[in-house]
Write a protein that binds this ligand. Structure first.
Ligand code: GLY
Ligand code: GLY
Length: 346
């Protein structure tokens, strides 16, 4: 698949310099990648969702995606380069993408069948396999931060709905009014969905490919101390049924991190990733079959899942980065301590 290097005009100078100095390595989508001779001291990959960008995507919109991805990548790069933790990097990067109306997470997320916006998110710490997730929460500005609180402040892994919101209040997390999350583009997608799926009770939405629901966000990182972390956040699928929760808050399905192997964040039609325990399956293949990260990600997406189901970003304990998808596009970016810095859409 083609990679699109960052347009120099679209981003601040510092980012351009990094982009130009970055070694251009083959990514997933090309052939198997040899492990780097020396593991980078840190590595980071991000995604803004798998889906299908229209062929006639206006240049301004393409540049806006590239700019947003580059900003998120830069934020994580600074944290990791200064010795910050993988866990902080993935959380902070995801909160930035949650605030960005271009992506289907936090502000700018898709509408449920009945016109609400609800969030699913999870985060995992590869050091000790601790993890936290939230499902079907409303009004919380940063669902990924709530997921981290579940991980760090409770003995539990997953909180949903009203209970998760009550816990967010207890933790003093920021809430925003419903309108703050709304965007005209998502409202139009919802109106179109209503016309196309009238009378299905949302069932069709859960089964539909994620083409229209582009934009789940995620980040995976390896830090200088050798620790891995993964984070994923989403509004789910346009027209999702009341109570429907996808793979993103489910540890092992949409998100997984284990310091010994890899950190993974998924995007796509959640139900498909859930039944395969897709993120964990990558680690399982590395652990039990001795597969490389590259091979494991390809096996899960290309052989276990079906074409068009979605994509994954992953980083191994050796700093290898794999970005792979079976949809026509996946908004994504990768950076590491060797100077690699690139974003791509298709
Ligand atoms: N809305 C599906 C995805 O981007 O993950
Ligand atoms: N992958 C996001 C969802 O299905 O909700």
């Amino acid at each position: 698949m083609n990679r699109h290097r960052l347009s120099p005009l679209a981003v601040p100078l510092a980012v351009v310099l990094l982009s130009l100095s970055g070694a251009c390595r083959p990514q997933a989508g090309g052939g198997p990648e040899a492990p780097p001779a020396q593991a980078p001291a840190w590595a980071l990959a991000i995604h803004g969702g798998a889906g299908s960008l229209p062929d006639d995507l206006p240049a301004a919109r393409r540049e806006a995606y590239e700019r947003s991805l580059a900003e998120a990548l830069t934020l994580g790069q600074v944290i990791l380069d200064e010795g910050g933790s993988a866990l902080d990097a993935v959380e902070k990067v995801v909160t930035l993408l949650e605030d960005d109306p271009l992506f289907n997470a936090g502000r700018g997320a898709v509408f449920t069948a009945d016109g609400r916006i609800t969030f699913d998110a999870s985060i995992m710490d590869g050091r000790d396999l601790s993890a936290g997730g939230v499902g079907f929460v409303e009004g919380v500005r940063h669902p990924i931060t709530l997921a981290r609180r579940v991980m760090q402040k409770t003995p539990h892994v997953l909180f949903v709905g009203r209970g998760a919101e009550a816990f967010a209040r207890e933790q003093g997390l920021e809430f925003m009014p419903a309108e703050w999350f709304w965007t005209e583009r998502r409202r139009e997608q919802w109106e179109r969905w209503k016309r196309e799926h009238a009378g299905t009770g949302g069932k069709a939405a859960a089964l539909a490919p994620p083409a229209a629901g582009f934009g789940t966000v995620g980040a995976v990182a390896l830090d200088r101390a050798g620790h891995l972390a993964a984070a994923t956040s989403t509004g789910g699928l346009t027209g999702k049924a009341w109570g429907r929760v996808g793979d993103s808050p489910i540890v092992g399905a949409g998100t997984y991190a284990d310091d010994r192997f890899a950190a993974i964040s998924c995007t796509g039609t959640g139900e498909r990733f859930m039944v395969r325990a897709a993120a964990h399956e990558v680690v399982a293949r590395m652990r039990h079959a001795g597969e490389s990260l590259e091979r494991a990600v390809h096996a899960v997406l290309d052989e276990e899942l079906s074409p068009g189901d979605g994509g994954m970003i992953a980083v191994s304990s050796r700093g290898e980065i794999v970005l792979h998808f079976t949809t026509p596009s996946m908004l994504r970016g990768a950076a590491d301590a060797t100077g690699r810095f690139e974003v791509a859409l298709r």
